[in-house]
Write a protein that binds this ligand. Structure first.
Ligand SMILES: Cc1cc2nc3c(=O)[nH]c(=O)nc-3n(C[C@H](O)[C@H](O)[C@H](O)COP(=O)(O)OP(=O)(O)OC[C@H]3O[C@@H](n4cnc5c(N)ncnc54)[C@H](O)[C@@H]3O)c2cc1C
Length: 448
């Protein structure tokens, strides 16, 4: 959780990140709620620990207060594991979720599982939201909300139609959710039906690329290992067999278009889609090429990846060939072009300088040990930021710019963060606006 150290810094920085898309009252409300969060969490029994983490935008005003992240203190049974630079982050998320879940249990708050909210029930005269229609195990249930409804059902990362409509490059780029596959934009549909304004719809957080074949099979992103091992004998190439990017850049939360998303107007095409990772035997044997400690597929244990990627070659998710030319034929890119690309890249490894894309020297491992391998890549989406617009009190705003009575929203469904985002802000934002929404709703008089 990226929790700012003081309110004044936070206001300045949030103002800079949101670039005029969020009103001043909401900026102040979030800044105050974020800075207050550690006190609240402590009051509820959490112990926090802090680690340094550079802000994404150190040059923007107020960034001085954004140099650390907080997590729940590790308990004795949780060990941090480090493998080729990949930290087992999953433990932190687990701990926070269990902590919150316990608070719900202690308060005997009922939770209905396998219950999908479908529609909001609105008084047609007063426009108040009176409850929710829920579909559960084949039947419809109407849940009465005495005071109000808080929508907190996440983004639209697993709604292909919305992705294509709102993210300009998604028509061609295969995108799979990196987290839960159940965030399908239902909150956007429900809020739209009762007249909500939408905001921040083109905002989303993307990460390092994923392997397309398993992502397609399981419907969630199988992301490449977070930091490819030092001296990695791997490159990314486009459909023409050419490199197109510096592969050593960490892509998470970047807001410049990844090269793969670039559209060539004159050629009326995305030249870098489809795109592939190409690597050699040395790289193949090092470790699993996907990250093993984060994302839905690992958490849900959907698949057990082999230590040396051999099972995935057997499955055909990774193709293999004895020469670069044969590999090119397998993935249907120009054999001469791919061979030339690899030769050129290997020369950069020899001289220790990538003159084309500036890949870091320590990442320049030559692709020279047969057999050779390739796999098509895709994009794992961390989360979307768009949804119903809300104000400083977390009230959902209608098309008439007035709050829709008794309707609130929190979390990534209509997130505050747009167009820029400081990594690790969505969870504390969900807690901050969730608290505001809860307090506001609890303070209402029942509508009966
Ligand atoms: C791998 C990964 C790592 C991340 N790391 C961080 C991090 O370190 N720090 C950080 O701040 N953020 C991080 N994020 C982002 C952050 O986790 C999310 O933005 C945040 O959890 C959003 O919280 P939320 O409560 O709004 O939505 P969610 O946590 O997504 O919860 C929404 C819930 O609503 C349910 N739902 C959807 N539709 C319906 C419906 N119609 N009826 C009933 N229920 C429904 C879904 O099943 C889901 O359980 C990460 C995300 C991923 C995927």
């Amino acid at each position: 959780m990226r929790i700012p150290s003081d309110v004044a810094n936070a206001i300045e920085h949030y103002r800079a990140l949101t670039q005029g898309t969020v009103d001043e009252e909401s900026i102040c409300a979030l800044a105050e709620a974020m800075v207050d969060l550690p006190h609240r969490l402590k009051k509820w029994g959490a112990e926090l620990e802090y680690s340094p983490m550079e802000p994404e935008y150190p040059t923007l005003p107020g960034s001085e207060g954004f140099h650390q992240v907080a997590s729940l203190a590790r308990t004795a049974d949780i060990e941090e594991e480090q493998q080729d630079g990949e930290v087992k982050w999953i433990t932190y998320g687990d701990q926070l979720f269990c902590f919150l879940e316990n608070l719900v249990k202690e308060r005997r708050i009922g939770v209905m599982y396998e219950a999908s909210a479908k529609e909001l029930v609105q008084d047609l005269v007063t426009k108040e939201i009176l409850g929710v229609k829920v579909e559960s195990r084949g039947g419809a249930i109407y849940v009465k909300a005495r005071k109000g409804v808080v929508l907190a059902c996440g983004g639209f990362q697993n709604n292909h139609e919305m992705l294509v409509d709102f993210l300009p490059y998604a028509t061609q780029l295969p995108i799979y959710p990196y987290g839960t596959p159940y965030n399908t934009g239902d909150g956007i549909v429900m809020a739209s039906q009762v007249g909500a304004k939408l905001w921040h719809m083109t905002g989303c957080e993307l990460g390092n690329f994923a392997l397309k074949a398993p992502s397609e099979k399981f419907g969630v992103g199988f992301r490449l290992v977070r930091h490819l091992p030092i001296g990695s004998q791997a490159i990314n190439v486009n459909k023409y067999g050419k490199r197109f990017m510096n592969e050593s850049i960490l892509l998470s939360h970047r807001k410049d278009l990844f090269k793969v998303q670039c559209f060539d107007h004159d050629g009326a095409e995305y030249p870098n889609i489809p795109f592939y990772i190409v690597f050699d035997e040395t790289f193949r044997k090092k470790r699993p090429i996907v990250g093993m400690h984060m994302g839905w597929w690992c958490m849900q244990k959907l698949y057990e990846w082999s230590d040396d990627n051999s099972a995935e070659i057997e499955q055909g998710w990774i193709v293999k060939a004895n020469t670069i030319k044969e590999l090119a034929e397998e993935i249907r890119v120009g054999p001469d072009a791919l061979e030339e690309t690899v030769t050129r890249y290997n020369e950069y490894c020899r001289i220790g300088q990538d003159s084309d894309f500036g890949r870091s020297k320590e990442w320049l491992g030559p692709i020279e040990t047969p057999p050779y391998y390739a796999a098509e890549l895709c994009e794992p989406i961390i989360n979307t930021q768009g949804g119903p617009k809300h104000n400083a009190r977390a009230q959902v705003i209608g098309q008439n710019d007035k709050p829709i009575p008794r309707l609130y929203a929190a979390g990534e469904l209509g997130s505050f963060f747009f167009p820029l985002y400081e990594g690790a802000s969505n969870i504390p934002e969900a807690l901050a606006f969730g608290r505001i929404a809860g307090e506001q709703t609890a303070g209402l008089r029942p509508w009966e």
